[in-house]
Ligand binder design. Structure first.
Ligand code: P53
Length: 477
């Protein structure tokens, strides 16, 4: 089967704050990830007011990639990776976010890392903002509530586009920009936008404003990036969780449609260059009175993305309330119901390989842009055998079934796919829970939730399996 592109980017994905550590090395500033404590399965992470004594902040040291990257890149080359997706920690380049001059030590770190990757035949794929904006921008400007942050982001983007214009070709602006559609929990708005909702505030209104400034900033970055290097491919990055109706009842079907619109309008704006009609009406009717200017609308039109990067882990299912308002409002924390036809992981993430093929067709029909699967994977508690090895057949099964569906979407459905970079292919800190023991890796890292361990790296069974998948360009699964 397969029929993937000859230059298909088999890779692996991580984010700076989840693996680098070195939170104060090389002049790095404090990021939003640095003020989030370790949670647990079912226990949310706490967002503290700055870095306080007595708390466990797992991102501070993470897996210390900052000091291990040379050896780690050798392992990545051994795995056969053609691409390595990471982010540039904004706080290494602009420690507070609002400086006018960048921090040279931070820029040099990524020069060294990218050189090491390229020397090993691995192409860096870069996310500009992956849940790690400078914390100073939160305390001084309220995060993306402020229009000023557009300028700070654009300065950051311009700086790294110029510096790495001959080393990086594939970029993404904001990681999972659409997570914040879920305004019912504090996690997404804080990690996406550095926004804390105040008592009495309408979280939805705050989200729509912050997200608007982000899509404008993203469109500006696309325009500027193309001026700096016309070969740049600059993508959106969307957390794709297909939303199915629980039944064929028309109200459930329409509820699912509204849920999809609510979660994916971000991609509509980034790919089509304009807001969808339903959302403009929704915002007007709600009386949000947002700061969206004619000039902004023009920027959006001129800054459409080149491709859609997306993560895919699971699907969800929704059910209409008995008394839906005319707007058919979708509230992610309330409207999701268990899908009885699929299994779920220990964290309740519903396993649905076919949903990946569905998602690829959906994106393709809607945007007609190349796709890039920049995250997929299975979080699990791994057990070491007597010899210290991890036999993770459950992870191999998950990846095999997803890659099969991915190949059907390419081969049978004609989707144009750039690459596949499984998430956390080296164990790292979980974004959602701050755990180390929720592992996605093909490479094991000896560190546990308490922070104990030697940090030694070792290959799991899935490493050897994926090595062969890459070697055969997806023919041998
Ligand atoms: P963790 C929610 C739903 C889907 C993807 O997630 C998500 C989240 C946020 O938790 O995040 C992405 O570590 C994200 C990564 C993250 C990965 O998925 O919570 O881009 O930073 O680590 C897996 O298990």
């Amino acid at each position: 089967m397969a029929k993937l592109r000859e230059d298909f980017l088999w890779g692996g994905a991580v984010a700076a704050h989840q693996l680098e550590g070195g939170w104060q090395e090389g002049g790095k500033g404090v990021s939003v990830a640095d003020v989030m404590t370790a949670g647990a399965n079912g226990v949310e992470r706490t967002i503290t007011d700055g870095v306080l004594p007595g708390y466990n902040y797992p991102n501070h040291d993470a897996i210390d990639f900052y000091h291990h990257y040379k050896d780690d890149v050798k392992l990545f080359a051994d795995l056969g990776l053609k691409a390595f997706r990471t982010s540039i920690a904004w706080t290494r380049i602009f420690p507070n976010g609002d400086e006018t001059e960048p921090n040279e030590a931070g820029l040099q770190f990524y020069d060294d890392l990218f050189d090491e990757l390229l020397k090993n035949g691995i192409e860096p794929v870069i996310t500009l903002s992956h849940f790690e904006m400078p914390y100073h921008l939160v305390t001084e400007y309220g995060g993306w509530r402020s229009r000023k942050v557009i300028d700070f982001f654009v300065r950051f983007a311009t700086t790294v586009f110029k510096r790495y214009k001959n080393k990086v070709r594939y970029w993404m602006t904001f990681n999972e920009i659409n997570n914040q559609a879920n305004v019912g929990t504090e996690f997404a708005l804080f990690t996406n936008s550095g926004v804390k909702v105040k008592p009495g505030e309408d979280a939805e209104k705050v989200m729509y404003q912050a997200a608007h400034y982000e899509v404008v900033a993203s469109a500006l970055a696309v325009q500027i990036g193309h001026q700096i290097n016309p070969d740049f491919q600059i993508g959106a990055m969307i957390a794709m969780v297909p939303l199915y109706p629980i039944s064929p009842r028309p109200a459930d079907i329409f509820k699912a449609e509204r849920a999809i619109q609510t979660r994916y309008w971000f991609a509509d704006v980034q790919a089509n260059g304009e807001y969808p009609a339903w959302l403009t009406r929704y915002q007007e009717r709600a009386g949000f009175n947002l700061d969206i200017t004619l000039e902004d609308r023009d920027v959006l039109k001129q800054g459409k993305v080149d491709y859609i990067g997306f993560s895919y882990y699971m699907s969800n299912t929704v059910k209409a309330k008995d008394d839906e308002p005319d707007s058919y409002k979708y509230e992610e924390d309330k409207d999701i119901v268990r899908n009885p036809t699929v299994e779920a992981s220990e964290w309740g993430w519903q396993i649905d390989p076919q949903g990946l093929r569905y998602a690829m067709n959906w994106f393709n029909d809607r945007y007609k842009l190349p796709l890039f699967i920049v995250e997929n994977g299975f979080g699990a508690i791994d057990k070491l055998d007597a010899d210290g090895h991890v036999h993770d057949d459950y992870r191999v099964n998950y990846m095999r079934e997803h890659i099969e569906q991915m190949e059907l979407a390419v081969d049978v459905d004609g989707v144009d796919l750039i690459g596949y970079t499984p998430w956390g292919f080296i164990d790292l800190v979980s974004a959602g829970t701050g755990q180390m023991d929720k592992r996605y890796g093909l490479i094991y890292v000896d560190k546990n939730d308490k922070g104990e361990g030697t940090l030694a790296r070792s290959k799991k069974d899935s490493f050897y399996w994926f090595q062969n998948v890459i070697k055969t360009n997806g023919e041998d699964l």
